[in-house]
Design a protein around this ligand. Sequence first.
Ligand SMILES: NC(=O)c1ccc[n+]([C@@H]2O[C@H](COP(=O)([O-])OP(=O)(O)OC[C@H]3O[C@@H](n4cnc5c(N)ncnc54)[C@H](OP(=O)(O)O)[C@@H]3O)[C@@H](O)[C@H]2O)c1
Length: 337
Amino acid sequence: MKNLKVGILGATGAVGQQMLIVLAERNFPISELRLFGSARSAGTKIAFKGEEITVQEASLEAFKGLDLLLGAADNDVAKKFLPGAAAMGVHVVDNSSAFRLDPEVPLVIPEVNPEDVKLSKGLIANPNCATIIGLAAVMPLHRYARIRRLVVSTYQAVSGAGKAGIDNLESEVKGNPRSENSCFPYPIAYNLIPQIGGFNDAGYTSEEMKFQNEGRKMLHDDTLRVACTCVRVPIIRSHSEAITIEFERDITPEKARELLADAPGLVLCDDPEAKQYPMPLLTSDQDLVYVGRVRRDLSAEADKFNRSLTLFCCADQVRKGAATNAIQIAELVFGIA
Ligand SMILES: NC(=O)c1ccc[n+]([C@@H]2O[C@H](COP(=O)([O-])OP(=O)(O)OC[C@H]3O[C@@H](n4cnc5c(N)ncnc54)[C@H](OP(=O)(O)O)[C@@H]3O)[C@@H](O)[C@H]2O)c1
């Protein structure tokens, strides 16, 4: 495996900074690392493996010669630069939602649909963070009994809104009033906000629709039904999700636990008597998705009772929900074990 010329677009943000850590931890084979941001951060120096790298203002010219560009910027920035980079022959893995539903762009969770990287025409999208965590958690059960319907409630950390989200919570916790420039519509300290993104005509937010739309694409199943409620909570890192699942075939909680315990990328954390269940404090700053509280759905109709379960999962969304998943995709693209 030759060493690769790697770039990060959005290297100064929450996801970009995490990518630097994950690239170093995984010993990703790098011969040259270029870091890109806006004109605001151009000239800033960032340390990587003992070396100081100067952030450059992003431009197509500056991407020339790269093997891999990791996208960690918002949709408008991604749209401005990434298709051009892919057209220049750079392999691009993007974290924004700009290309996720584009039929020409594979959307990949390595534990769910790794084979889809082969469909890449140069650009691969990383799914929404809550979708990565929830779908990775239920995938071993889907392989066994085929999921027909999901009812999901999320509890999403402020870092999901980027560095600004962390700054807003930390400032409010110190007693400062909500900033006029806050990325949240209400104070987030000692509160929670049942809105992430804008509302559609059916009353769902853009964040809530991602689970169904992106889930259908990755499972290659347009009949998957998802009702999702996304809530921002005053937690720094790690999204949590309560998921009720209706399957096509019968499945017991015991069988589900067995499947979850054997699945790569997951930790079964399910011993309620011993107060063992997934929590953000357990799952932050590591890459595994924790799953627990596996039990029957007591609200299921009698004829669906044996094929319905409910569970709780939790994972670090800056890592598995963004940086790590993107780098795992790059490892698949370049055949890095
Ligand atoms: N945070 C999460 O948990 C998470 C999870 C999954 C997906 N995502 C997605 O990942 C992307 C990055 O999110 P984030 O949370 O890291 O956001 P962030 O902390 O706000 O960082 C945004 C990055 O984009 C750069 N940027 C802004 N305008 C630019 C421009 N005109 N040209 C070049 N670079 C520019 C910023 O650089 P400057 O410092 O120069 O402004 C910064 O490095 C977003 O699309 C987000 O939706 C985030």
